[in-house]
Write a protein that binds this ligand. Sequence first.
Ligand SMILES: NC(=O)c1ccc[n+]([C@@H]2O[C@H](COP(=O)([O-])OP(=O)(O)OC[C@H]3O[C@@H](n4cnc5c(N)ncnc54)[C@H](OP(=O)(O)O)[C@@H]3O)[C@@H](O)[C@H]2O)c1
Length: 247
Amino acid sequence: MKTVLITGCSSGYGLETARHFLDQGWNVIATMRTPREDVLPRSERLRVLALDVTSADSIAAALAAAGPIDVLVNNAGIGTVGAFEATPMAQVRKLFETNTFGVMAMTQAVIPQFRAQRSGVIVNVTSSVTLTPMPLAAAYTASKQAIEGFTGSLAHELGYFGARVKLVEPGYAPTTRFAHNTDINIADLIPAAYAPFADPIFAAFAHPPLVTKESDVAEAVWRAANDLTGQLHFPAGPDAVALARAA
Ligand SMILES: NC(=O)c1ccc[n+]([C@@H]2O[C@H](COP(=O)([O-])OP(=O)(O)OC[C@H]3O[C@@H](n4cnc5c(N)ncnc54)[C@H](OP(=O)(O)O)[C@@H]3O)[C@@H](O)[C@H]2O)c1
C-alpha cells in the first residue's frame, strides 16, 4: 500500500486531495500548520501531522514522524492580489517563503529517500497564472512561475534516479479559503490611480465563465502521482485546461 504526504490539508485543494487518496486506498499523511483530525473522515490509513513549510525544524520533525513515503504533494500556498507598486516587499518575501522556498525545502528534504529507494513522485501545485499572464498578480505569479522552471529542470536529475517530478496547475476556485487566507487587505494594494484599471478586472473576477472545483485538483494530483508517461504539466479545472490548450 502506498503512502502520500500532502502539505496544506486544512482546507481547499489539499483537503480534497487527502480525501481522494484515502478513497483510493492509500495511506495518507495529511499535514497542516494547525493539525485538525475532524476535517477528514476517520481512517486507520490517515495520519494528521503538524507542518509549516516555512520552518526547517517543522519540516524535519514532520518527515521524521512520517517515515517512508512514496509521493509528496507540495500543495500549501498563499496568494496576494494587487498592484505590484503597492505590494510591500515583506509580502513578496512571504509569498516566496511559502510558495517557492517552502516547496524547495520540502523537495530537498525528501530527495535523499527517493534517490536511495530509486522511486518516488513529487507533485508541485502551482497555478493557472503560470499558463497566461494575469493582471494584478505579479508577485504571486513570480512565486509560482519559479516552481514551474524548478520542477522541469529537477525532473531530469531525479529521473536519472527513478524518481518523478510533476506540476499540477489549478484554475480559480472561489470555494477554497484561498482569498481569505491572508492578513493583507486587497483594498490597500489598489492605490487610487489603479482603481479604473482594477475595477473591471475585479468585476470580471466576480463572474468567471469557468471555475475549478476542489475535486478537479484532487483528480489531477492523483493522475500526476500515478503517471508513467513522462507528462510534466497537469492543468486542473476547466478554466486551466482551456488556458493550457490556448497556450
Ligand atoms: N483557489 C485558487 O483559486 C487557486 C488557484 C490556483 C492555484 N491555487 C494554489 O492551490 C494551493 C491550495 O490553495 P487553496 O485554494 O486550496 O487555498 P486554501 O484553502 O487557503 O488552502 C491552502 C492551504 O495551505 C496552507 N498553508 C498556508 N501557508 C502554509 C505554510 N507556511 N505551511 C503549511 N501550510 C500552509 C493553509 O493552511 P492554514 O490553514 O494553516 O492557513 C491551507 O491549508 C495553493 O498552492 C494555491 O496557491 C489556488
